[in-house]
Ligand binder design. Sequence first.
Ligand SMILES: [Fe+2]
Length: 371
Amino acid sequence: MAELEVPLSSKKKIALEKMCEQELGPNQDPQVMSAIWLDATGKPILFYFGQRVVDQGSGETLDLSEQYKGRTQKDLDSYMENNPKADIAHDGLNEKLCRIYQLAAQALCSDMAPNLRMDRTRHEGVNVMQYDAPAQSQTHDLAANDGEDIGVDDGMKNHPAYESDLSNSGVQEYERAGVVHLVHGWIQQGQPEKGLFISGDVSRSSSSLAATGSYYALTQDVADLLAAMFKVAFPDWYSRYREAFDAGVWIPNDTGPFLGRAIIYKLQGRLHRDRHDLGPSACFGVGSYIGGAMKIPQLNAKLAYQSGDVCIFFSSILYHKVDTYFPTTQSQEEKEQKITPGRIGSVFFFPKESYEVLKDKDSVFQLVRKR
Ligand SMILES: [Fe+2]
């Protein structure tokens, strides 16, 4: 891994970006199968929790150049055709957990408008996601038959920065995209001596604090599962995070051990690495979308990274990019349930500087800090 930690020249970064478009572009089918990537010394640097044929794991170590062999969706489909009794397991978050997480994150970003990203380092494109929604239902048309152009956004009026207009076949809708950071303890920029502060998004208002607590409570099962995956994947890092988390946790509905979460709400991704994160981070996307593959050019890896697939990896060392995603058309049912399509990405991480403050503190640190 040491060779990966060396900062890259801008020329090399451009080469990685090119690789994302070419070798890892549309002609390369993504891998769908779960796998572990090792560094030159045999230490794991990336775990991909995707799909797996039950009892068929070979356990063999492949060269990076062979990583796609037998591991794409086509390969999986043809295997299942020839082995109809085989079972496929999904190693990531199941559909139910994905839906719960999607609802919790959507509610959070409704109460706490996500921050618009103007920089081009991590996220690309505009801060608005456009998607297609069904035309008005009959019931609604009846209700709106007073001739006014109202009700296009029926039931969705509480959504942040929500706009809509009529089109022939349905409705074009727009939703605000951006980032929310929930971190129990962060240093102020360049001022570690001042100690840790809860992230500004959480303390923005009383309703954002309440929304954060509610989001943590609703996503406890997801957090617990990610923690279990992390513990198996990187047991030493798990212990380090757990100890520091217990000293730094502020809102008790979060079960840890990651001190921070970034919710990347409906944004498109760019090639980057998370330089301020300590060790491995856990990342996943949920929602209704197509595309959104995870590309890690230093490993020549393109992963399907479908809703619920999880990557746990050294995101501060490995450059990564979530490929362009396209929101699916909102179904009538989703419209009625006020669920918007598109991709909600989440990164569970531990900030490097926060760890430095917390690593030798015991769990009463918070009590001392509050004085
Ligand atoms: Fe990242």
